[in-house]
Design a protein around this ligand. Structure first.
Ligand code: NOJ
Length: 468
């Protein structure tokens, strides 16, 4: 990735939920069931990007971004999740998008799977089913073979932590499974193996001819200890980071295995719960070697900072959250935003970047998502977003310039207001406003789009990066 970009994801923008042979995803089924989202919002039409590709390209061109991060809708390409159902019209859409980006000298950065699992695969047990490892690998193999002549930056999975914990632990997002002490660990285990397998497929079959990079987009808040002078609070904050980011990053970027803190915590709790083995599954030596090193860069999605303190977790019911022995609160000195629990705490980004540098041996880092919500009625004056970007980008630059963190790129989230998952269309992260009451879905740049245009134009960061 070269420098500055913006992002979106398929279900949030495309619409065309059943157009031209697309199969339903778990998000289609979830949102089409009344009562699950504010005002029963769905992604049926969303920004209608499936029919308005040129308008999206126009916005990207006008912003002069160097890269565009978007995701592929799995069930648009494989309506039932598997290759035998391949839908050429879906493939054509992404070919048009990729070709349009390249024609405008914008680097495509592709997320292969951003939460919208084909419903047909959920019917087979979703990520709790180990068969998903091979099924996902075959889907990735198809994507590499089909788009890899032009796509050189891949992210296999977006925010596996959210899939495992929100999807199978808390059950707040589809597939809405509430099994907080068991399923998230099984799901994460399968997601990590699925990612590793896809990485090896790229290595074995495509890397020599295509020469791209493959990674996974992990999410992390920065976690600050409640009191830096109290050892157990410092340890609690570090545990929080290990349970969120380390859960996936430790196996992939360090040694193929879960962080010690997780193995110890979950093992200990499981023992106290009289279980014969830990609820945290283990990898064989062979699996560890297979998983270790399966990412060419470190992609991080970051939005906010939390404060952690030590609290002894309960034994019943079994829960990933309780396994951590800590509690998290908001950073109360920082400004609130239009999403609950997401305060704008710019200094947290610099600390997180430094933590990643130290913990994972100074990898190349891409800030793959960063941004803030405002009410989607905001048409122009999103000064809070401008303030957020100014301060967060400044902290990223400090990490880069002063601390020697190898920050390679920055992706603002998002290109335009879109379907914001459990918040429906109440808030948006967009640099552009979208009028969802108008069938033409007109897009209008906000103040932040102008601001970001000038950040890119001045391009100081990128020029200096090239000089190094
Ligand atoms: C992370 C998700 O990857 C993205 O899809 C979403 O828009 C942002 N969080 C903001 O909630």
């Amino acid at each position: 990735m070269k420098g500055w970009g913006v992002s979106s994801s398929a279900y949030q923008i495309e619409g065309g939920w059943d157009a031209d042979g697309k199969g339903p995803s778990i998000w289609d089924v979830f949102t089409q069931t009344p009562g699950n989202t504010p005002a029963d919002a769905t992604g049926d039409v969303a920004c209608d990007s499936y029919n308005r590709l040129d308008e999206d390209l126009y916005m990207l061109r006008a912003l002069r971004v160097k890269s565009y991060r978007f995701s592929l809708s799995w069930s648009r390409i494989f309506p039932d999740g598997t290759r035998s159902s391949m839908n050429q019209k879906g493939v054509d859409y992404y070919n048009r998008l990729i070709n349009g980006l390249l024609a405008n000298k914008i680097t495509p950065m592709v997320t292969i799977y951003h939460w919208d699992l084909p419903q047909a695969l959920q019917d087979r047990g979703g990520w709790e089913n180990v068969d998903m490892i091979d099924i996902f690998n075959d889907y990735c193999d198809f994507c590499f073979a089909t788009f890899g002549d032009r796509v050189k930056l891949w992210m296999t999975i977006n925010q596996p932590h959210s899939i495992a914990w929100l999807g199978y632990g808390l059950g707040t997002i589809p597939p809405s499974i509430k099994n907080p002490g068991i399923s998230p660990y099984i799901v994460a285990h399968n997601l990590i193996k699925a990612h590793a397998k896809a990485y090896h497929t790229y290595d074995d079959k495509y890397r020599t001819s295509q020469g791209g990079l493959v990674s996974i987009a992990l999410n992390a808040d920065w976690i600050e200890p409640k009191d830096v002078n109290v050892l157990r609070e410092v340890r609690a904050a570090d545990r929080a980071l290990q349970f969120q980011l380390g859960w996936f990053a430790h196996p992939i970027f360090k040694n193929g295995d879960y962080p010690d803190a997780m193995k110890w915590q979950v093992g200990n709790k499981s023992e106290l719960q009289d279980l014969s083995e830990s609820r945290l599954p283990s990898f064989t030596e062979e699996e560890k070697n297979y998983i270790k090193g399966t990412a060419d860069m470190f992609c991080i999605n970051h939005y906010t900072t939390k404060i952690a303190s030590h609290v002894t977790g309960q034994l019943s019911p079994y829960s990933y959250e309780q396994d951590r022995d800590l509690s998290e609160t908001e950073e109360s000195d920082s400004p609130t935003t239009d999403i609950k629990n997401q305060r704008a705490v710019a200094w947290g980004l610099r600390r997180l970047l430094n933590w990643i540098k130290e913990e994972y041996g100074n990898p190349q880092i891409y800030i793959a998502e960063n941004g803030v919500a405002t009410k989607s009625s905001t048409m122009w004056d999103d000064s809070t977003r401008v303030f957020y970007y100014k301060t967060y980008i400044d902290e990223a630059l400090k990490a880069y310039e002063l601390d020697g963190v190898r920050v390679n790129g920055y992706i603002a989230t998002s290109l335009m207001d879109s379907f914001e998952w459990l918040n429906g269309y109440k808030v948006g992260f967009g640099l552009h406003h979208v009028d969802f009451s108008n069938t033409n879905r007109p897009r209008t740049p906000k103040y932040s789009a102008h601001f970001y245009y000038y950040v890119i134009k001045d391009n100081e960061w990128h020029l200096r990066a090239r000089a190094c």
